[in-house]
Write a protein that binds this ligand. Structure first.
Ligand code: CTP
Length: 446
Protein backbone atom coordinates (compact mmCIF):
# COMPACT_ATOMS: atom_id res chain seq x y z
CA UNK A 1 0.00 0.00 0.00
CA UNK A 2 1.38 3.41 -1.02
CA UNK A 3 0.98 5.96 1.80
CA UNK A 4 0.82 9.70 1.07
CA UNK A 5 0.93 12.57 3.55
CA UNK A 6 0.19 16.29 3.14
CA UNK A 7 -0.16 19.26 5.49
CA UNK A 8 -1.93 22.59 5.58
CA UNK A 9 -3.97 25.07 7.57
CA UNK A 10 -7.00 24.73 5.26
CA UNK A 11 -8.54 27.94 6.53
CA UNK A 12 -11.74 29.08 4.73
CA UNK A 13 -11.66 25.83 2.73
CA UNK A 14 -11.50 26.58 -0.99
CA UNK A 15 -11.14 25.07 -4.46
CA UNK A 16 -7.32 25.12 -4.24
CA UNK A 17 -7.44 22.96 -1.10
CA UNK A 18 -9.95 20.57 -2.69
CA UNK A 19 -7.87 20.07 -5.84
CA UNK A 20 -4.69 19.61 -3.80
CA UNK A 21 -6.27 16.89 -1.66
CA UNK A 22 -7.82 15.15 -4.70
CA UNK A 23 -4.46 14.92 -6.45
CA UNK A 24 -2.67 13.95 -3.24
CA UNK A 25 -5.06 11.01 -2.84
CA UNK A 26 -4.47 9.97 -6.47
CA UNK A 27 -0.72 9.70 -5.79
CA UNK A 28 -1.25 6.59 -3.64
CA UNK A 29 -3.68 4.33 -1.78
CA UNK A 30 -3.89 5.92 1.66
CA UNK A 31 -3.88 9.67 2.37
CA UNK A 32 -3.01 11.22 5.71
CA UNK A 33 -3.75 14.95 6.07
CA UNK A 34 -2.05 17.01 8.76
CA UNK A 35 -4.07 20.07 9.82
CA UNK A 36 -2.21 22.74 11.80
CA UNK A 37 -3.26 23.44 15.38
CA UNK A 38 -4.09 26.99 16.41
CA UNK A 39 -1.02 27.16 18.67
CA UNK A 40 1.25 25.94 15.90
CA UNK A 41 -0.03 28.56 13.47
CA UNK A 42 0.41 31.25 16.08
CA UNK A 43 3.92 30.06 16.91
CA UNK A 44 5.03 30.34 13.29
CA UNK A 45 3.58 33.83 13.06
CA UNK A 46 0.48 32.86 11.05
CA UNK A 47 -2.08 35.00 12.80
CA UNK A 48 -5.69 35.72 11.90
CA UNK A 49 -6.64 32.20 10.86
CA UNK A 50 -10.41 32.47 10.94
CA UNK A 51 -11.79 28.92 11.12
CA UNK A 52 -11.32 26.86 14.28
CA UNK A 53 -9.31 23.65 14.17
CA UNK A 54 -12.56 21.64 14.42
CA UNK A 55 -14.06 23.41 11.39
CA UNK A 56 -10.88 23.02 9.36
CA UNK A 57 -10.70 19.30 10.15
CA UNK A 58 -14.40 18.91 9.33
CA UNK A 59 -13.90 20.57 5.94
CA UNK A 60 -10.98 18.29 5.06
CA UNK A 61 -13.04 15.28 6.17
CA UNK A 62 -16.01 16.33 4.02
CA UNK A 63 -13.95 16.04 0.83
CA UNK A 64 -13.82 12.27 1.38
CA UNK A 65 -10.18 12.17 0.22
CA UNK A 66 -8.50 11.82 3.62
CA UNK A 67 -8.19 8.31 5.07
CA UNK A 68 -6.77 9.74 8.26
CA UNK A 69 -6.51 13.26 9.67
CA UNK A 70 -3.84 14.24 12.18
CA UNK A 71 -3.03 17.53 13.88
CA UNK A 72 0.30 19.23 13.18
CA UNK A 73 1.40 20.74 16.46
CA UNK A 74 5.12 21.40 16.38
CA UNK A 75 8.00 22.30 14.11
CA UNK A 76 9.84 19.15 13.05
CA UNK A 77 6.74 16.95 13.25
CA UNK A 78 6.75 16.16 9.52
CA UNK A 79 9.95 14.18 9.73
CA UNK A 80 8.64 12.19 12.70
CA UNK A 81 5.26 11.53 11.03
CA UNK A 82 6.98 10.20 7.92
CA UNK A 83 8.82 7.65 10.04
CA UNK A 84 5.89 6.89 12.32
CA UNK A 85 3.33 6.29 9.54
CA UNK A 86 5.83 4.69 7.15
CA UNK A 87 5.09 7.26 4.43
CA UNK A 88 6.04 6.76 0.76
CA UNK A 89 5.16 10.21 -0.60
CA UNK A 90 5.15 13.64 1.01
CA UNK A 91 3.26 16.23 -1.04
CA UNK A 92 2.34 19.93 -0.84
CA UNK A 93 1.50 22.71 -3.29
CA UNK A 94 4.06 24.27 -5.60
CA UNK A 95 4.25 27.43 -3.46
CA UNK A 96 6.59 25.31 -1.30
CA UNK A 97 8.94 24.10 -4.09
CA UNK A 98 12.35 23.28 -2.65
CA UNK A 99 11.29 23.95 0.91
CA UNK A 100 10.80 20.29 1.82
CA UNK A 101 13.62 18.77 -0.22
CA UNK A 102 15.31 17.80 3.05
CA UNK A 103 12.66 15.07 3.41
CA UNK A 104 13.85 13.36 0.19
CA UNK A 105 16.19 11.14 2.21
CA UNK A 106 13.16 9.55 3.85
CA UNK A 107 10.44 9.45 1.16
CA UNK A 108 9.50 10.79 -2.26
CA UNK A 109 8.67 14.52 -2.25
CA UNK A 110 6.10 15.76 -4.79
CA UNK A 111 5.16 19.42 -5.31
CA UNK A 112 1.70 19.63 -6.91
CA UNK A 113 0.88 22.61 -9.13
CA UNK A 114 -0.86 25.23 -6.97
CA UNK A 115 -4.35 26.28 -8.14
CA UNK A 116 -4.10 29.79 -9.48
CA UNK A 117 -5.86 32.87 -8.19
CA UNK A 118 -7.26 31.48 -4.94
CA UNK A 119 -5.89 31.40 -1.41
CA UNK A 120 -7.14 31.68 2.17
CA UNK A 121 -5.36 35.03 2.42
CA UNK A 122 -7.27 36.30 -0.61
CA UNK A 123 -10.59 35.12 0.85
CA UNK A 124 -9.83 36.72 4.21
CA UNK A 125 -9.03 39.99 2.52
CA UNK A 126 -12.14 39.79 0.35
CA UNK A 127 -14.37 39.17 3.38
CA UNK A 128 -12.69 42.02 5.24
CA UNK A 129 -11.03 44.67 3.12
CA UNK A 130 -7.53 45.49 4.32
CA UNK A 131 -7.63 48.03 7.13
CA UNK A 132 -5.53 51.10 6.46
CA UNK A 133 -3.75 52.05 9.64
CA UNK A 134 -2.15 55.37 10.51
CA UNK A 135 0.55 55.72 13.14
CA UNK A 136 0.57 58.76 15.39
CA UNK A 137 4.07 59.35 16.72
CA UNK A 138 7.42 58.34 15.29
CA UNK A 139 9.48 57.11 18.25
CA UNK A 140 11.15 53.77 18.99
CA UNK A 141 7.94 51.83 19.54
CA UNK A 142 6.46 53.09 16.25
CA UNK A 143 9.48 51.69 14.40
CA UNK A 144 9.03 48.33 16.10
CA UNK A 145 5.34 48.32 15.27
CA UNK A 146 5.73 48.46 11.48
CA UNK A 147 7.61 45.17 10.90
CA UNK A 148 5.31 43.45 13.40
CA UNK A 149 2.24 44.71 11.52
CA UNK A 150 3.58 43.09 8.33
CA UNK A 151 3.08 39.70 9.97
CA UNK A 152 -0.63 40.17 10.52
CA UNK A 153 -2.99 39.79 7.58
CA UNK A 154 -5.83 42.22 7.02
CA UNK A 155 -3.97 45.37 8.00
CA UNK A 156 -1.56 47.71 6.31
CA UNK A 157 0.15 50.71 7.85
CA UNK A 158 -0.22 53.37 5.19
CA UNK A 159 0.33 56.75 6.88
CA UNK A 160 2.14 58.47 9.68
CA UNK A 161 1.43 61.65 11.59
CA UNK A 162 3.72 63.78 13.73
CA UNK A 163 3.11 67.44 14.63
CA UNK A 164 6.76 67.89 13.68
CA UNK A 165 6.73 67.64 9.87
CA UNK A 166 10.41 66.79 9.52
CA UNK A 167 10.02 63.82 11.89
CA UNK A 168 6.94 62.60 10.02
CA UNK A 169 8.77 62.87 6.67
CA UNK A 170 11.83 61.03 7.94
CA UNK A 171 9.74 58.18 9.35
CA UNK A 172 7.56 58.02 6.22
CA UNK A 173 10.63 57.77 4.00
CA UNK A 174 12.11 54.96 6.05
CA UNK A 175 8.91 52.87 6.00
CA UNK A 176 7.44 54.02 2.69
CA UNK A 177 4.32 55.70 4.14
CA UNK A 178 2.24 58.79 3.42
CA UNK A 179 3.52 61.59 5.61
CA UNK A 180 1.36 64.09 7.51
CA UNK A 181 3.07 66.76 9.60
CA UNK A 182 2.02 69.93 11.46
CA UNK A 183 -1.11 70.47 13.54
CA UNK A 184 -3.25 71.38 10.52
CA UNK A 185 -2.61 68.06 8.83
CA UNK A 186 -4.16 65.83 11.51
CA UNK A 187 -7.66 65.81 10.02
CA UNK A 188 -6.25 65.09 6.53
CA UNK A 189 -4.28 62.22 8.01
CA UNK A 190 -7.46 60.76 9.55
CA UNK A 191 -9.22 60.86 6.20
CA UNK A 192 -6.70 58.43 4.75
CA UNK A 193 -6.99 55.72 7.40
CA UNK A 194 -9.53 53.32 8.97
CA UNK A 195 -7.78 52.97 12.31
CA UNK A 196 -4.87 54.46 14.24
CA UNK A 197 -2.07 53.30 16.50
CA UNK A 198 -1.14 55.97 19.04
CA UNK A 199 2.53 55.89 19.99
CA UNK A 200 3.06 59.40 21.33
CA UNK A 201 4.19 60.47 24.82
CA UNK A 202 1.55 59.39 27.38
CA UNK A 203 -0.04 62.77 28.05
CA UNK A 204 -1.23 63.12 24.43
CA UNK A 205 -2.99 59.73 24.22
CA UNK A 206 -6.39 60.96 25.34
CA UNK A 207 -6.66 63.85 22.84
CA UNK A 208 -5.48 61.85 19.88
CA UNK A 209 -7.69 58.88 20.74
CA UNK A 210 -10.76 61.07 21.10
CA UNK A 211 -10.13 63.02 17.91
CA UNK A 212 -9.54 59.81 15.97
CA UNK A 213 -12.78 58.31 17.28
CA UNK A 214 -14.69 61.51 16.51
CA UNK A 215 -13.61 60.94 12.92
CA UNK A 216 -14.95 57.35 13.14
CA UNK A 217 -11.60 55.59 13.43
CA UNK A 218 -10.79 52.54 15.59
CA UNK A 219 -7.97 53.09 18.09
CA UNK A 220 -5.10 50.95 19.34
CA UNK A 221 -3.27 53.04 21.94
CA UNK A 222 0.09 52.44 23.59
CA UNK A 223 0.12 52.02 27.36
CA UNK A 224 -0.61 53.75 29.65
CA UNK A 225 -3.91 54.44 27.91
CA UNK A 226 -4.29 57.75 29.72
CA UNK A 227 -3.05 59.13 33.01
CA UNK A 228 -6.55 59.54 34.51
CA UNK A 229 -9.21 56.91 35.19
CA UNK A 230 -11.99 59.27 34.07
CA UNK A 231 -10.30 59.87 30.72
CA UNK A 232 -9.83 56.16 30.03
CA UNK A 233 -13.44 55.54 30.97
CA UNK A 234 -14.61 58.38 28.71
CA UNK A 235 -12.74 56.85 25.76
CA UNK A 236 -14.34 53.43 26.30
CA UNK A 237 -17.77 55.00 26.63
CA UNK A 238 -17.33 56.97 23.42
CA UNK A 239 -16.17 53.83 21.59
CA UNK A 240 -19.14 51.79 22.86
CA UNK A 241 -21.63 54.47 21.93
CA UNK A 242 -20.22 54.81 18.43
CA UNK A 243 -19.55 51.15 17.58
CA UNK A 244 -15.78 51.61 17.50
CA UNK A 245 -13.01 49.33 18.72
CA UNK A 246 -10.58 50.77 21.23
CA UNK A 247 -7.77 48.77 22.79
CA UNK A 248 -4.90 49.51 25.14
CA UNK A 249 -1.64 48.15 23.80
CA UNK A 250 -0.12 46.45 26.82
CA UNK A 251 1.58 43.78 24.72
CA UNK A 252 1.86 41.27 27.57
CA UNK A 253 -1.93 41.09 27.91
CA UNK A 254 -2.29 39.63 24.41
CA UNK A 255 0.67 37.26 24.25
CA UNK A 256 -0.02 33.51 24.40
CA UNK A 257 2.36 32.71 27.29
CA UNK A 258 0.91 35.31 29.64
CA UNK A 259 -2.62 34.10 28.90
CA UNK A 260 -1.53 30.55 29.68
CA UNK A 261 0.04 31.75 32.96
CA UNK A 262 -3.13 33.57 34.01
CA UNK A 263 -5.31 30.51 33.23
CA UNK A 264 -3.04 28.32 35.34
CA UNK A 265 -3.05 30.82 38.21
CA UNK A 266 -6.87 30.81 38.07
CA UNK A 267 -7.17 27.04 37.69
CA UNK A 268 -6.70 26.19 41.38
CA UNK A 269 -3.37 24.44 40.68
CA UNK A 270 -1.56 26.68 43.17
CA UNK A 271 -4.62 26.96 45.43
CA UNK A 272 -5.99 30.39 46.26
CA UNK A 273 -3.73 33.24 45.15
CA UNK A 274 -2.50 35.22 48.15
CA UNK A 275 0.52 37.25 47.02
CA UNK A 276 1.79 38.66 43.71
CA UNK A 277 5.17 40.24 43.14
CA UNK A 278 5.78 41.71 39.70
CA UNK A 279 9.02 43.49 38.88
CA UNK A 280 10.14 45.30 35.71
CA UNK A 281 13.31 47.39 35.65
CA UNK A 282 15.14 48.85 32.69
CA UNK A 283 18.16 51.12 33.14
CA UNK A 284 17.59 54.27 31.08
CA UNK A 285 19.96 56.91 29.83
CA UNK A 286 19.73 59.90 32.21
CA UNK A 287 19.07 62.21 29.23
CA UNK A 288 16.12 60.17 27.96
CA UNK A 289 12.57 61.55 27.92
CA UNK A 290 11.66 59.03 30.62
CA UNK A 291 14.21 60.52 33.04
CA UNK A 292 13.97 64.21 32.12
CA UNK A 293 10.22 64.79 31.85
CA UNK A 294 9.49 66.07 35.38
CA UNK A 295 5.74 66.01 34.82
CA UNK A 296 5.05 62.60 33.27
CA UNK A 297 8.41 60.79 33.24
CA UNK A 298 9.76 58.29 35.77
CA UNK A 299 9.64 54.56 36.29
CA UNK A 300 6.03 54.22 37.40
CA UNK A 301 4.32 55.97 34.47
CA UNK A 302 6.67 54.14 32.11
CA UNK A 303 6.47 50.57 33.43
CA UNK A 304 3.53 50.21 35.84
CA UNK A 305 1.12 49.12 33.08
CA UNK A 306 3.08 45.86 32.94
CA UNK A 307 3.56 45.23 36.64
CA UNK A 308 -0.03 46.15 37.53
CA UNK A 309 -1.45 43.85 34.85
CA UNK A 310 -1.11 40.46 36.63
CA UNK A 311 -2.20 42.04 39.93
CA UNK A 312 -5.36 43.55 38.49
CA UNK A 313 -6.11 40.46 36.40
CA UNK A 314 -5.86 38.04 39.31
CA UNK A 315 -7.04 40.10 42.27
CA UNK A 316 -9.43 42.45 40.44
CA UNK A 317 -9.93 46.18 40.67
CA UNK A 318 -11.31 46.38 44.22
CA UNK A 319 -8.19 46.72 46.33
CA UNK A 320 -8.56 48.06 49.88
CA UNK A 321 -5.39 50.10 49.89
CA UNK A 322 -2.47 51.11 47.67
CA UNK A 323 0.72 52.65 49.02
CA UNK A 324 3.71 53.92 47.02
CA UNK A 325 7.39 54.07 47.98
CA UNK A 326 9.85 55.73 45.61
CA UNK A 327 13.49 56.60 45.27
CA UNK A 328 13.65 59.88 43.35
CA UNK A 329 16.34 61.91 41.61
CA UNK A 330 17.07 65.55 42.42
CA UNK A 331 14.27 66.70 40.11
CA UNK A 332 11.65 64.55 41.84
CA UNK A 333 11.49 61.91 39.06
CA UNK A 334 11.08 58.40 40.47
CA UNK A 335 13.98 56.12 39.60
CA UNK A 336 12.49 53.18 41.47
CA UNK A 337 8.95 52.70 42.76
CA UNK A 338 7.10 50.02 44.66
CA UNK A 339 3.30 50.05 44.78
CA UNK A 340 2.00 47.90 47.66
CA UNK A 341 -1.56 46.63 47.46
CA UNK A 342 -3.78 45.21 50.14
CA UNK A 343 -6.80 43.17 49.00
CA UNK A 344 -9.37 41.44 51.24
CA UNK A 345 -7.62 38.08 50.76
CA UNK A 346 -4.20 38.92 49.48
CA UNK A 347 -1.42 41.38 48.88
CA UNK A 348 0.74 42.43 45.96
CA UNK A 349 3.73 44.53 45.00
CA UNK A 350 4.39 46.17 41.64
CA UNK A 351 8.06 47.18 41.35
CA UNK A 352 9.29 49.46 38.56
CA UNK A 353 12.77 50.86 37.99
CA UNK A 354 14.53 53.03 35.44
CA UNK A 355 17.50 53.89 37.66
CA UNK A 356 17.73 50.73 39.78
CA UNK A 357 18.24 47.28 38.27
CA UNK A 358 16.67 44.12 39.63
CA UNK A 359 15.56 40.65 38.54
CA UNK A 360 12.49 41.04 36.31
CA UNK A 361 10.44 38.17 37.58
CA UNK A 362 6.83 37.52 38.45
CA UNK A 363 5.92 35.38 41.47
CA UNK A 364 2.34 34.38 42.14
CA UNK A 365 2.00 32.66 45.51
CA UNK A 366 -0.92 30.47 46.45
CA UNK A 367 -2.05 28.21 49.24
CA UNK A 368 -0.81 25.05 47.43
CA UNK A 369 2.18 26.29 45.46
CA UNK A 370 3.51 29.17 43.42
CA UNK A 371 4.21 30.27 39.86
CA UNK A 372 7.62 31.66 38.99
CA UNK A 373 7.85 33.40 35.62
CA UNK A 374 11.43 34.18 34.87
CA UNK A 375 12.78 37.45 33.52
CA UNK A 376 11.58 39.00 31.26
CA UNK A 377 8.19 37.74 32.45
CA UNK A 378 6.39 40.52 30.48
CA UNK A 379 7.45 38.63 27.33
CA UNK A 380 6.15 35.45 28.93
CA UNK A 381 7.85 32.51 27.27
CA UNK A 382 8.76 30.30 30.24
CA UNK A 383 7.39 29.74 33.71
CA UNK A 384 7.28 27.07 36.36
CA UNK A 385 4.72 25.90 38.88
CA UNK A 386 6.47 24.87 42.08
CA UNK A 387 5.31 23.18 45.25
CA UNK A 388 6.51 22.39 48.75
CA UNK A 389 8.33 19.36 47.36
CA UNK A 390 11.27 20.94 45.47
CA UNK A 391 11.43 17.95 43.10
CA UNK A 392 7.92 18.58 41.89
CA UNK A 393 8.25 21.30 39.24
CA UNK A 394 5.92 21.75 36.27
CA UNK A 395 7.44 23.63 33.35
CA UNK A 396 5.50 25.66 30.79
CA UNK A 397 6.68 27.47 27.72
CA UNK A 398 5.11 29.38 24.88
CA UNK A 399 6.24 31.62 22.07
CA UNK A 400 6.90 35.32 22.21
CA UNK A 401 8.29 36.35 18.85
CA UNK A 402 10.50 39.43 18.41
CA UNK A 403 8.86 42.51 19.90
CA UNK A 404 5.60 40.65 20.52
CA UNK A 405 3.39 43.42 19.13
CA UNK A 406 1.88 41.09 16.52
CA UNK A 407 -0.43 39.53 19.12
CA UNK A 408 -2.17 42.78 20.01
CA UNK A 409 -2.30 43.86 16.35
CA UNK A 410 -3.88 40.54 15.43
CA UNK A 411 -6.48 40.83 18.19
CA UNK A 412 -7.20 44.42 17.15
CA UNK A 413 -7.86 43.37 13.54
CA UNK A 414 -9.97 40.36 14.57
CA UNK A 415 -12.08 42.49 16.90
CA UNK A 416 -12.69 45.12 14.22
CA UNK A 417 -13.69 42.37 11.77
CA UNK A 418 -15.99 40.84 14.37
CA UNK A 419 -14.27 37.46 14.16
CA UNK A 420 -13.20 37.13 17.75
CA UNK A 421 -13.93 38.81 21.00
CA UNK A 422 -10.70 39.11 22.89
CA UNK A 423 -12.07 41.39 25.56
CA UNK A 424 -11.14 39.00 28.33
CA UNK A 425 -7.44 39.61 27.66
CA UNK A 426 -7.68 43.20 28.88
CA UNK A 427 -11.11 44.37 29.88
CA UNK A 428 -12.29 47.94 30.14
CA UNK A 429 -12.45 47.89 33.96
CA UNK A 430 -8.84 46.68 34.12
CA UNK A 431 -7.60 49.44 31.82
CA UNK A 432 -9.52 52.04 33.82
CA UNK A 433 -8.11 50.72 37.11
CA UNK A 434 -4.54 50.83 35.79
CA UNK A 435 -5.00 54.46 34.66
CA UNK A 436 -6.49 55.26 38.10
CA UNK A 437 -3.51 53.81 39.99
CA UNK A 438 -1.07 55.79 37.83
CA UNK A 439 -3.23 58.88 38.44
CA UNK A 440 -3.04 58.32 42.22
CA UNK A 441 0.71 57.90 42.03
CA UNK A 442 1.14 61.13 40.04
CA UNK A 443 -1.13 63.13 42.34
CA UNK A 444 0.88 62.03 45.39
CA UNK A 445 4.30 62.44 43.81
CA UNK A 446 4.25 65.45 41.47
N1 CTP B 1 -2.90 25.12 -2.11
C1 CTP B 1 -3.04 24.93 -3.50
N2 CTP B 1 -3.62 25.92 -4.23
C2 CTP B 1 -4.06 27.07 -3.67
C3 CTP B 1 -3.94 27.26 -2.27
C4 CTP B 1 -3.35 26.26 -1.51
O1 CTP B 1 -2.64 23.90 -4.02
N3 CTP B 1 -4.58 28.00 -4.42
C5 CTP B 1 -2.28 24.08 -1.31
C6 CTP B 1 -1.02 24.57 -0.58
O2 CTP B 1 0.11 24.58 -1.44
C7 CTP B 1 -0.89 23.53 0.54
C8 CTP B 1 -2.37 23.22 0.87
O3 CTP B 1 -3.13 23.68 -0.27
O4 CTP B 1 -0.28 22.35 0.05
C9 CTP B 1 -2.84 23.91 2.12
O5 CTP B 1 -2.50 25.29 1.99
P1 CTP B 1 -2.85 26.46 3.02
O6 CTP B 1 -1.60 27.13 3.39
O7 CTP B 1 -3.72 25.94 4.08
O8 CTP B 1 -3.75 27.39 2.04
P2 CTP B 1 -3.49 28.83 1.43
O9 CTP B 1 -4.72 29.19 0.66
O10 CTP B 1 -2.19 28.87 0.67
O11 CTP B 1 -3.43 29.68 2.77
P3 CTP B 1 -2.75 31.11 3.09
O12 CTP B 1 -3.27 32.09 2.07
O13 CTP B 1 -3.20 31.41 4.49
O14 CTP B 1 -1.26 30.90 2.99
Amino acid sequence: MKKVITYGTFDLFHEGHYRLLKRAKELGDYLIVGVTSEEFDRSRGKLNVIDSLVTRIENVKNTGFADEIIVEEVQGQKFRDIKKYDIDIFTVGSDWVGHFDYLKDYCEVVYLERTKEISSTQLRNRANPILRMGIIGTGRIASRFIPESHLVSGISVTSVYNPNKASADKFAKRWDLNSFGGTEAFSDFLEYVDCVYIATPHEHHYDYALRAMEAGKHVLCEKPFTLRAAETEALYTYAEEHGLVIMEGIKTAYCPGFNKLISIACSGKIGAVRNIEACFTKLENSLSRELTDTKYGGSFTELASYTLLPIIKLFGVDYEEVRFDSIKDKNGIDLFTKAHFRYPNGMATATCGLGVKSEGQLIISGTKGYILAESPWWKTSYFEVRYEDPNNIEKYSDVFLNYGLRYEISDFVSTINGNKTNDFKLIKEESIAISGIIEDFLSMNR
